[in-house]
Design a binder for this molecule. Structure first.
Ligand code: ADQ
Length: 525
């Protein structure tokens, strides 16, 4: 191990994120209920196998009573190995809904016109809360511990930690895009956030583009020299690296094998018999391009009338950040689009869009991924997008279970109606056979603005702003012959099964350990 080689003795790994990986609610009897949260960061970190860590994060609810705080602290530690940060509701609102999700989130996703809420009060709250995180970490920190900070809510934290412990090992990973310096420079506090990050030994991003944007922002906003490897500032070299995040594939392949999922899959299969299914699963966030998706689907129905009664878009819009105004108006815009499209193209027999603004449970999620002839992601910007990877793994598992060989391009189920000759329709009529027996893998339609598009080259890559082309891609996905589906699926599956959450975590930790040797022994530098 590196620490033996260099004489650096590493302690525990401390992972810090805005929220703990569970939603905590206070029950009437005074006890607490813990429910696993959903979201990309939780999926990735909980999928990181084989590494123990202490998780520090906000509880998501105010706790005024010391007695309750002590009880929570004990339960979280004993049952979940987590350490809580307690915030007052007002501070949390300004730090989380205000600065993090009202200012940084839209700006980093290039939606600078939504970035209208910057005010000093929110910025002060952001600084205050970052300091509270720092204090909470210092309560558990021991010499040699490695602190890994996550995401845009905590960009000042590395600098605060460095001030508290100049010799600490500190790293940071950004789960969202880092925008072009031309966008980043809009931020009134652009220098302070960069200074905050540059106290880290490692700063990680999903893609090369994000890393490059970060480095050019340092040069332009702070006037510092950088190299492609990073930046030396105040005696600390921040190594800038690219770590594309992944999922834990076995979590999703075994998710598709459970009895509960199998029975839901069988139910959906029967319910949508004879229909082609396009599935979308997104947090209902304006960055996910849900409105563009619906408009493109409408265009598809208008352009390819043969599909009107033969296709259903099942769209799950998981509720998120409902205290932020922008998110409330998105809900009504999406409702409007769905209502218009369903009333125009629906019949007494059914509707083309099945939309729910609710979370679905894991069994249903896996069953839906398995059902899909195509999954469509239309993010207008997305750090990576894990839903794409989950879909690919479940499709692979479904093909294995249904004896569809995805290894050699041969479909072993001879009775499958999904052969090139009958899945294509020269007359333009959509074939209405039941494709649900032994059908080849589903197609991933993926926005070029998602980080995942850099690696999932087997997808149909779309520009979601190009409505006509997106509509055509939906058509192409549904018409795609089995051989091409299999070839594309294999290309994607190879990436997903190799670039797992575990690999992401261990690659990051490897770079972190290497960076720490420079910190511990600058002579090496
Ligand atoms: P998110 O914006 O949350 O993540 P994404 O990467 O697609 O986006 O992850 C969503 C996660 O939530 C998936 O793992 C999915 O399974 C889960 N999920 C969705 N609906 C669910 C439901 N109903 N029930 C349970 N789980 C559900 C952010 C960035 C992304 C980046 C990730 C990880 O915005 O770009 O990929 O972090 O870095």
């Amino acid at each position: 191990p590196i620490d033996d080689m260099l004489g650096v003795k590493f302690g525990d790994l401390i992972v810090v994120s805005n929220r703990l990986p569970m939603t905590i609610t206070r029950k009437e009897d005074g006890n607490h209920e813990y429910k696993k949260s959903s979201g990309g960061l939780v999926t990735a970190l909980t999928g990181m196998e084989g590494r123990e860590f202490k998780w520090i994060g906000w509880t998501g609810m105010e706790c005024e009573e010391k007695e309750e705080r002590d009880k929570l602290r004990k339960e979280l530690l004993e049952e979940h190995k987590c350490y809580p940060v307690f915030l007052k509701d007002d501070d949390a609102d300004m730090y989380y809904n205000g600065f993090s999700n009202g200012v940084l989130w839209p700006l980093f996703h290039y939606l600078y016109e939504k970035n209208t809420t910057f005010n000093t009060e929110q910025w002060e709250a952001y600084k205050k809360v970052n300091q509270q995180f720092c204090d909470a970490i210092m309560e558990v920190y021991k010499d040699g511990d490695m602190i890994w900070v996550h995401d845009y809510h905590l960009m000042l934290l590395p600098q605060m930690l460095r001030k508290a412990r100049p010799d600490a090992f500190i790293s940071f990973f950004l789960h969202i895009p880092f925008p072009s310096s031309e966008i980043y420079r809009i931020l009134p506090v652009r220098e302070a956030l960069l200074e905050g990050l540059l106290a880290s030994n490692v700063v990680g991003f999903h893609t090369f583009d994000f890393a490059r944007h970060f480095l050019s922002s340092i040069t332009r906003s702070l006037g510092l020299d950088t190299t492609p490897r990073g930046c030396l500032h105040n005696g600390i070299f921040s190594h800038v690296h690219v770590f594309p995040i992944g999922i834990n594939p076995s979590q999703f392949s075994s998710g598709f094998q459970t009895d509960a999922c199998k029975s839901r899959y069988a139910y959906f299969k029967d319910k949508y018999k004879g229909k082609k299914l396009i599935v979308g699963v997104d947090r209902l966030d304006y960055t996910k391009g849900m409105e563009l998706k619906l408009i493109a689907f409408e265009k598809f129905l208008a352009t390819y009338p043969q599909y009107r009664n033969n296709v259903v878009l099942i769209q799950v819009g998981v509720p998120t950040r409902q205290d932020v105004v922008e998110y409330q108006s998105l809900i009504s815009h999406v409702n409007e689009h769905v209502g218009r499209i369903n009333s125009t193209y629906g019949t007494l027999d059914g509707f083309p869009i099945h939309y729910i603004n609710k979370s679905v449970n894991f069994d249903d999620l896996c069953a839906l991924y398995g059902m899909a002839d195509a999954l469509i992601v239309t993010s207008i910007r997305d750090g990576m997008n894990l839903v794409s990877s989950e879909f690919i793994v479940v499709q692979n598992e479904r093909c294995l279970q249904e004896n569809v060989s995805v290894e050699d391009g041969y479909i072993s189920d001879k009775d499958s109606p999904s052969t090139p000759s009958n899945s294509r329709s020269n007359s333009g009529e959509a074939s209405a056979q039941n494709f649900n027996v032994g059908k080849p893998p589903g197609v991933l339609i993926l926005s070029e603005f998602a980080g995942a598009a850099r690696s999932l080259g087997g997808s149909l890559i779309i520009n979601p702003f190009n409505i006509i082309a997106t509509a055509k891609s939906i058509f192409d996905a549904l018409e795609m012959p089995p051989k091409e589906r299999i070839a594309r699926h294999r290309q994607n599956y190879d990436v997903v099964k190799t670039n797992t959450a575990t690999k992401w975590g261990s690659d990051f930790m490897h770079e972190f350990e290497v960076a720490c040797q420079y910190q511990a022994d600058p002579a090496l530098f």
